[in-house]
Ligand binder design. Structure first.
Ligand code: SF4
Ligand code: SF4
Length: 702
């Protein structure tokens, strides 16, 4: 009988490995349907380091600490318990069979028992967490809403069963060899050894064979099931995540935040002045995604972390980053057989496949309302444990909608036109860019006013005022405050005045790459010609665009946010806040300053140093900050579905008890100021939104 069990197990092993191999190859085939992307293998040594750090160190998973720890043991157990599977095969023939060389070695037994126990506890924790967050109970508020639950349950019960088998086998083995006292070899399984000790040798022999067979069956069934379900990300990520992490956009390990990717066709940059005949403008069909995009969506574990953080989803919009990824994945896999068939033979394909191939990417697969609801806040990218690059996918689809289909929210028309004609989204005259200067009582040097052709040597910083800083009332107040603080600190700076034009950030995030490139090229030409090197900006969007996107077009400058300069000046004693500001302050991290550019500390240093003020954090702050609703060009669109994102954020701020909500971005300033007067927010009287540098100026001025 033992031999029969062994033979069945060996045959199943061979078939399972074969089936697994066939599906793995199929995954490679489907991913190959995508466009080329030759930007994913630079700095291989750093990529290996990043991949090892993220996988072995679980650095991204550990953003959610308890789950990260539980998952780490399950992850390690998958590889580390391979020895116990091999042993189980041997035990089908002989209950005493152990691995050669290390099988009887105490450190190996201790290690196996420890990892087996920890894996078992880990999976129980993960199962309980999934049960507590079930969509049945929480509806849309569950991060698992929309995930394929049976697949997750199946994976969890498989690991649970294997964990039970590993420990049971250890107990049976101990009883069989007559272990009579606790030892390191049975450090965790000893209670089971005691439990089984009264059984006869024959019974123990049979039990060992049966439990070993169950363990093998559960393990091999898992391979059969995932071979049958190639889109079962909850299982396949165990293999695909390594590749997805190694091939991520940033070799140094940073998530795909900050700059957007330039537009490429099969790895070649699109030249807007003379586009190639086969140039692809964004993504309008699944085959226009790159192979890396397709790997991305196939790797999704359906964990829903991204969904749980998304401000659009959390305010009732149809956008869930997870559901976008899953829709792209399912469509890619459904359409792949059509794409793999030679064109001449496609008409012979089945009607279902032909119908799938006819589905429009935006419209049928992705709801346009979802596509345009994204604020590009980056919360999804920040949270994703397998480094999926959601924003790039969303913006690529927006690009195609804007530049090919001319299908975008009507409100964007005005913004595009204003940037194109007037050089700013508000449509103001360029001559008004210096109007704030006439409202201050200290001198401000304007480039060119004294006949300069390049920035003079004594000027340390070029102050990039930005469109908001020049034309929007609240932002103008910030501009004046920053200029005055720099003046008080004796910092030599200069502004460009009407030499500035819109950076193109809003156009780019709205998918109008053509307009963005026009704006960017104009600014780069100006900045390069005047020899700009060090730039301060009060707008995180300008900072991100000039500092991190202009290098893609040949503009390389050191660009900092005013919080970085001002906190350094306060630290150096060049500005001293002395006047007490008697208030409790909370701080809203702008997405493009915090998550996208990792500037978290300087604004806080300033705010915490204000005399008389106390500082309190919002529940969602730092990397988990909740968007104000303006990013991704949403500033220029109506918010018609669900509740308002800015009001949701304002409620979170009010809940801290703070009476002053400090901001560090002109768009956050507008959005949160507007929200504070909404009845729903119920802000106590006197609650105000203030840009942090205006608070600093209040404290500096006596
Ligand atoms: S970037 Fe922000 S708004 Fe857009 S999908 Fe991700 S979390 Fe949602
Ligand atoms: S995209 Fe990433 S965070 Fe979102 S469900 Fe998939 S694996 Fe999880």
């Amino acid at each position: 009988m033992h031999e029969v069990l062994f033979s069945v197990a060996m045959i199943a092993l061979v078939v399972a490995v074969y089936r697994f191999g066939v599906t793995a190859w199929r995954i490679v085939d489907v991913i190959h349907v995508g466009q080329q992307d030759n930007s994913r293998s630079n700095e291989p040594a750093r990529r290996w380091l990043t991949m090892l750090k993220e996988s072995l160190g679980h650095t991204r998973m550990l953003q959610w600490t308890p789950i990260g720890i539980a998952h780490w043991f399950v992850f390690v157990g998958f590889g580390a318990l391979l020895g116990t599977l091999i042993t189980a095969f041997g035990q089908l023939r002989s209950p005493e069979w152990t691995l050669p060389v290390i099988g009887d070695w105490t450190p190996y037994n201790l290690f196996s028992e420890f990892i087996g126990t920890a894996t078992f506890i880990g999976i129980v924790v993960l199962m309980l967490i999934r049960q507590a967050g079930k969509p049945k109970r929480l509806g849309r508020n569950s991060r698992f809403f929309g995930s394929t639950l049976w697949q997750a349950y199946y994976v969890e019960w498989t690991i649970f069963t294997i964990g039970v088998c590993v420990l049971t086998l250890r107990g049976l083995e101990g009883a069989y060899v007559g272990a009579s006292s606790w030892s390191l070899d049975h450090a965790f399984s000893y209670p089971l050894v005691v439990l089984f000790s009264g059984l006869s040798s024959t019974t123990l022999e049979w039990l060992i064979a049966i439990v070993a067979f169950i363990k093998i069956a559960a393990s091999l069934a898992w391979f059969f099931v995932i071979a049958w379900q190639p889109t079962m990300g909850v299982a396949w990520h165990r293999f695909l995540a390594f590749f997805n992490i190694w091939l991520k956009r940033n070799a140094d390990g940073r998530p795909a935040l900050g700059p957007l990717q330039p537009m490429r066709t099969n790895g070649v940059l699109v030249d807007f002045e003379d586009p190639a005949d086969d140039a692809i403008f964004g993504v309008g069909a699944i085959e226009e995604m790159t192979w890396k995009d397709l790997l991305d969506v196939t790797t999704c574990t359906e964990c829903g972390r991204c969904q749980s953080q998304c401000p659009a989803w959390n305010t009732g919009k149809p956008l869930s980053p997870k559901l976008v990824v899953l829709s792209l994945r399912d469509h890619a896999w459904a359409k792949a057989p059509y794409l793999m068939t030679p064109e001449a033979e496609r008409s012979t394909l089945g009607t279902e496949l032909l119908a799938e191939a006819q589905r429009s990417l935006v419209g049928d697969v992705i709801d346009p309302e979802a596509l345009w609801a994204c604020t590009t806040c980056g919360a999804c990218v920040q949270q994703c444990p397998v480094d999926i690059e959601h924003i790039d996918h969303i913006v690529d689809m927006r690009r195609q909608q804007v530049m090919v289909e001319t299908a975008f929210p009507a409100e964007l028309n005005g913004m595009f036109k204003n940037i194109e004609v007037k050089g700013n989204p508000w449509g103001m005259n360029a001559s008004g860019r210096n109007s704030w200067i006439s409202e201050v009582d200290f001198p401000v040097r304007v480039f060119g006013a004294s006949g300069e052709e390049t920035i003079p040597d004594d000027v340390e910083w070029l102050f990039w005022v930005g469109c908001a800083g020049a034309f929007e009332d609240k932002a103008k107040k910030t501009t004046k405050a920053v200029a005055e603080l720099l003046h008080l600190a004796g910092v030599n700076f200069m502004v460009l005045g009407d030499g500035e034009t819109c950076t193109g950030d809003a156009a780019r995030r709205a998918g109008n790459e053509f307009l963005y490139v026009m704006q960017a090229q104009q600014n780069i030409e100006t900045l390069n010609s005047i020899g700009a090197r060090k730039i301060i900006t009060t707008c995180p969007h300008c900072m991100n665009t000039i500092g991190r996107e202009y290098p893609q077009l040949g503009g390389n400058y050191e660009v900092v946010h005013h919080s970085q300069v001002l906190s350094a000046l306060v630290g150096a004693g060049a500005i001293t806040p002395l006047t007490p500001i008697d208030t409790t302050i909370t701080y809203h991290d702008p997405c493009y300053l915090g998550r996208h550019n990792q500037v978290f500390i300087p604004p806080r240093t300033i705010l915490e140093g204000l005399p008389g003020a106390s500082f309190v954090e919002m529940e969602r702050s730092g990397t988990t900050s909740f968007c104000c609703g303006a990013g991704g060009s949403r500033m220029w669109m109506e918010e018609r579905i669900g509740s308002k994102i800015n009001e949701e954020r304002a409620k979170q701020a009010v809940a801290t008890g703070a009476r002053t909500v400090a901001v560090a971005c002109p768009f956050c300033n507008v959005m949160l100021s507007d929200a504070m007067v909404a009845a729903d927010v119920a802000a106590p009287e006197g609650t105000r939104v203030a840009e942090f540098s205006t608070l600093l100026l209040e404290a500096v001025k006596k």
